[in-house]
Design a protein around this ligand. Sequence first.
Ligand SMILES: [Zn+2]
Length: 338
Amino acid sequence: MRLSKQLATVTAVMLGTVALMGQGQAQAPAAGPARAQPAPGGFGGTPILHTVKEGKLYWAIAGAVVGIIIGDHGVILIDDGFAHVDDVVKKLTDKPITTVIETHDDTDHINGLYTTPNADKLKIIAMEDNWKQQWTTFKWTEKPKAACPQSPMPPAPNVIVRQDKVATTIDGVKMVFHHYGPSHTGHDLIIELPDYKVAFVGDVVFNNDLFPDHPGLPPQDHNMFWKSEKRGTPLGMFHNVDELLKLNVVGYVSGHSSHLMSKADIKRVRDDVKTDYDKEAKMTRSGMSLDDIRKAVGEDKYPPGPRGGCIAYVDLPWYAYNETKRDMEELKNNGTVK
Ligand SMILES: [Zn+2]
């Protein structure tokens, strides 16, 4: 069922989708041969604005999604991933941006902070491991800095969430913070907005193809990927989606989707990935090597080099193989498997 129908059942109404022309400079994609103009809503393109409730709740997408919540006195952003989000906000309200909540620390979700006014005075809310990740390893560990120059560090989180089900009210807006263990990263933060019956889920589950300029993700990855260097794992995603499905919401705003995802949408992504993961885990238990599994599922046709550009990319068979092997070894060491 489409979003607008679902939202009609609650006070939140999907009012429309508007491409915002004439925004500031968006972040340029990685240098390379001449490219076509970035598409509206894509990385580096003009942000596209979606309205959940006029005057109250919006989200904009330019590659990654930024949630825009109008509070009593200021504006709360969920992620701040593309340049000049403040230009989008100015078209909606005169209130200043006061708070940014980070779903995780990937650059496409936080690097807009460089262009947000008074960024060093904002309340920046994140999971504890997000904060640690930013202070310890930070961005250039993802790929060599020479090949993928990154910006200096943006202002770090200064309000830390450590638990699941942390209910609070910020600037008159009710929120519940959730953390269901590792999924896209080890520190994914989900923001439930009970008054609007939506949840912002970051990259726990999404369905846009993030690498259209590259050979594309193999079908068995279902457009999803996980950050192994930040303790992300598809195993955790299965559990995270199971928990998300229990929330009393009618839709999910993901970090990379062009529509509000329904319960059926996120369940489908989860089930599709799990079906292939389970198949690959079974191959592992039958004694196949990782190379053989990659060949068997066609993953070998997608060399890791170009895929993902400046981010670390690890394919689904890698997770299925290594996580299954690890469990087999640990069980064997404990004497429970012969
Ligand atoms: Zn992302």
